[in-house]
Design a protein around this ligand. Structure first.
Ligand SMILES: C[S@@+](CC[C@H](N)C(=O)[O-])C[C@H]1O[C@@H](n2cnc3c(N)ncnc32)[C@H](O)[C@@H]1O
Length: 521
């Protein structure tokens, strides 16, 4: 191995790593970067480090990047780390959520979960609450960039180092001791957590499919501290969009920052600072430099055409009585107001404008679909579904409406109904790439491997008509090239994963929900 690497190559590598993974390797950390790159190169069978870096920088495949990432990440973690946050979750956040969310499942995300100690600690805390008569269910989604760590997390077997500052009651009550002194997590706790691969720098979340939307609590501890300032801002902006109103962001005590979390309300619990999204959406302008929120919010929404681009064609036009121009104008204004409010996260304002619009035009398909998204983004899935049904009743040929319906049904775990809705979407529009792609995902989830391959093949066939940089119709700016890569990606993102990936990674986490920046006429 040629181990000496030029400063130019290290600088390029540091830029690549920042843009792909958000990680910050300033010059003083270059020796560390070099050591890690060296290990990655060796694993990849590359003898010349300079050449390896050049190959990476001149267009690495997702598989190569994934391999590199496993050598760059710091996976330090242990059970009940920073336990005050967990106590606050139990004593304050969950009881408050029980009151505010009234009957809805609590949705928690451990973003950057490493080998699983954090999400399992959350699950233990919640199961303890259940024992103390907390009858609410919770879903815990745990994601990480490092596929090797995720695999270990899903196995749920831990050595002493994972319990280095862990209360005895946790060790005694929630593990079985196996040979060699290892401890295996109790099955009841294990099944509370769903693991998935997700790069926080990718534009793949939130989505109704991966569960990362309308969240109540995000734990992202000891992750942002490794990021560049730009990456931190990007990710925190997204977290803000992902959280339901009054949702909580929990970072580690060393990561608190007035500037970075300025859109949140800062709440102190003694020496612990947490961040809460205000009850009403933020009054930020589109394109605010503090975050990429406007774009993100669009991504958060299921794929339906709702744009103000009146020149774009759509298969479903605004249904107004001919000649009724003032009505048309006021419907248009109301819709535009609702869309602007929606983009800024002012869901309440969006809902008000849409209710007025719908009162005026009860057959307004785009209006109902935007309202469905407003509800879905706040976790009100039943209402969102009703809006979709009304939209479809008004226009059965609206493929996007069927698609959105499928996303919501899938979120409700009604997979057969979701499949049916997707089949309707591709029936009314056989060229609907995202429809085929999602059919592939659901089949994959159901372990119907042949079917899923067929759907992915259909998606690939349709994608062959596009240039790599073309934007996939109804996607939120996803390029055809990226979607192709997702289908072929090795980790839980397509046909290849289906054949080789560990089972918990097989569910695609990069489902796109479609582009609301399409036409309304
Ligand atoms: C130090 S561990 C933190 C684990 C846990 N949250 C805790 O506080 O104990 C940091 C984790 O962040 C993950 N990570 C780093 N960059 C990431 C990215 N771009 N996307 C997702 N996860 C990332 C790493 O793989 C690593 O597992």
């Amino acid at each position: 191995m040629t181990s000496k690497i030029s400063d130019t190559a290290l600088s390029q590598l540091s830029d690549l790593v920042a843009s792909k993974f958000g990680m910050h390797f300033p010059k003083k950390l270059w020796p560390d970067l070099e050591r890690r790159a060296h290990a990655a190169a060796q694993e990849q069978g590359q003898q010349n480090l300079n050449r390896y870096v050049q190959l990476l920088c001149s267009g690495a495949s997702p598989r190569e990047l994934e391999a590199l990432a496993t050598h760059l990440t710091v996976g330090e973690t242990y059970f009940f780390r920073e336990k005050r946050s967990l106590e606050i979750l139990k004593q304050h956040i969950v009881p408050e959520m029980a009151r505010v969310r009234a009957g809805r499942q609590l949705r928690i995300w451990s973003a950057g979960c490493a080998t699983g100690e954090e999400p399992y600690s959350i699950a233990i805390m919640l199961s303890r609450m259940t024992a103390e008569s907390m009858d609410r269910n919770a879903t815990i989604l745990a994601t990480d960039l490092n596929a090797v760590a995720l695999h270990r997390a899903s196995e749920g077997v831990f050595g002493d180092w994972s319990f280095r500052d862990t209360p005895q009651w946790v060790k005694n009550g929630y593990f079985e001791t196996t040979s060699g002194g290892l401890r295996t997590i109790a099955p009841a706790v294990k099944k509370m957590v769903t693991f998935a691969h997700l790069n926080l720098m990718d534009d793949v979340y939130p989505s109704l499919l991966n569960g990362a939307h309308a969240l109540d609590v995000i734990f992202c501890r000891n992750v942002l501290m490794y990021f560049t300032p730009e990456a931190m801002r990007k990710v925190v902006g997204r977290f803000h969009r992902l959280l339901a109103p009054e949702g909580w962001l929990i970072v580690s005590p060393t990561e608190t920052s007035c500037e970075l979390f300025s859109e949140f309300t800062t709440i102190s619990f003694g020496d612990v600072t947490l961040y809460q999204k205000p009850a009403v959406g933020p009054q930020v302008s589109v394109g605010s430099p503090a975050h990429d929120g406007a774009k993100f919010l669009i991504q958060a929404a299921p794929g339906i055409p709702v744009s103000d681009e009146s020149s774009t064609t759509s298969s479903w036009a605004h249904q107004e009585p001919p000649g009724n121009e003032s009505c048309l104008l006021s419907a248009r204004i109301l819709y535009d107001q609702a869309l602007a409010a929606y983009k800024q996260g002012r869901f309440h304002d969006a809902e008000q404008a849409l209710n007025t619009l719908i009162l005026q035009s009860p057959d307004d398909t785009p209006g109902f679909l935007l309202l469905a998204r407003v509800h879905a983004n706040q976790g009100r899935l039943a209402k969102a579904l009703t809006c979709c049904d009304t939209a479809i009743a008004a226009d059965k040929m609206a493929a996007c409406a069927h698609y959105l319906r499928a996303m919501i049904l899938q979120e409700q775990n009604a997979l057969p109904e979701a499949l049916l809705a997707l089949k309707q979407a591709v029936y009314v529009d056989p060229h609907f790439v995202l429809g085929h792609f999602t059919l592939g995902n659901i089949s994959l989830k159901q372990r119907k491997l042949k079917e899923s391959e067929k759907h992915f093949e259909n998606a690939l066939l349709l994608l062959a008509r596009y240039e790599p940089e073309d934007i996939v119709p109804e996607s939120e700016g996803l390029s055809a090239g990226s979607l192709r890569e997702m289908i072929a990606s090795p980790t839980g993102q397509g046909i290849a994963a289906n054949r080789t990936g560990p089972p918990h990674l097989r569910v695609r986490v990069s489902q796109r929900l479609g582009n609301p920046e399409l036409s309304r006429r």
